[in-house]
Design a protein around this ligand. Structure first.
Ligand code: 3NM
Length: 213
């Protein structure tokens, strides 16, 4: 089975670039606010991070939040994650599907229509596209595609689409109106003066409900 149903509305991604709170604290804030997905993204992953990643996985399981690991299928399996998110330079989606099995969530990034055309979307459950707006969080993110670019990818992909890159609570409605099923966010929460308040504004814009942790 493919195209596992996943509620993409409020897709939080952990930030490994902040000097303040770490991924666990960030994930707690997002889950409490009403995130529907947490992606563990740690490009500088090292052994001591495993316990932290596991704690996030457990928190997601308890609260019915989908837990996705960026790039690393071995880590995803070790953590009992719901699935993986793959960039264009990462493993092939078909391989991920084969390794993780029919019930896993497999997501893939395609920055724009050109990348989408090169992507094997058949084994995937959803597509991440962007940056929709300018972002300082990912150095190699490329040019922003804007809302028009987002709507074109939505129209062509045939998959649920999550918009990523430079998204703030104020831009959620426009992304949804452009056909996105959800928004993925890092810095507008993790680098906000008040991350919990920022996460609550995302939840309100995405139509999700807060949880008691
Ligand atoms: N991927 P922020 S943009 C992780 O375009 C990531 O594929 C992107 O962070 C892509 O919400 C991005 O801080 C960073 O802009 C998103």
């Amino acid at each position: 089975m493919k195209n596992t149903r996943i509620d993409l509305r409020f897709y939080f991604i952990t930030d490994d670039g902040t000097s303040g709170s770490g991924p666990l604290e960030q994930a707690k804030i997002a889950i409490a606010a009403g995130a529907t997905v947490v992606q563990y993204r740690n490009k500088a992953f090292s052994d001591p991070d495993f316990n932290e990643a596991q704690a996030i996985a457990q928190m997601c399981a308890i609260h019915g939040v989908r837990f996705i690991v960026n790039d690393d299928m071995i880590l995803a399996r070790a953590l009992g994650a719901d699935g993986v998110h793959l960039g264009q330079q990462d493993a092939d989606p078909a391989l991920a599907r084969q390794i993780l099995g029919p019930g896993a969530v497999v997501g893939v990034s395609a920055a724009n229509l050109e990348e989408l055309a090169r992507t094997d979307t058949a084994p995937c459950d959803y597509l991440g596209t962007g940056p929709v707006f300018a972002t300082g969080t990912k150095a190699d993110a490329g040019e922003a595609i804007g809302l028009h670019g987002l709507s074109e990818v939505v129209r062509r992909s045939g998959l649920p689409v999550v918009a990523i890159g430079g998204i703030f609570p104020e831009s959620v409605e426009a992304c949804m109106e452009s056909g996105a099923d959800g928004v993925a966010v890092i810095s507008a929460i993790t680098r906000a003066d008040d991350p919990a308040a920022a996460a609550a504004r995302f939840a309100a814009a995405c139509g999700t409900r807060p949880r008691v942790l």
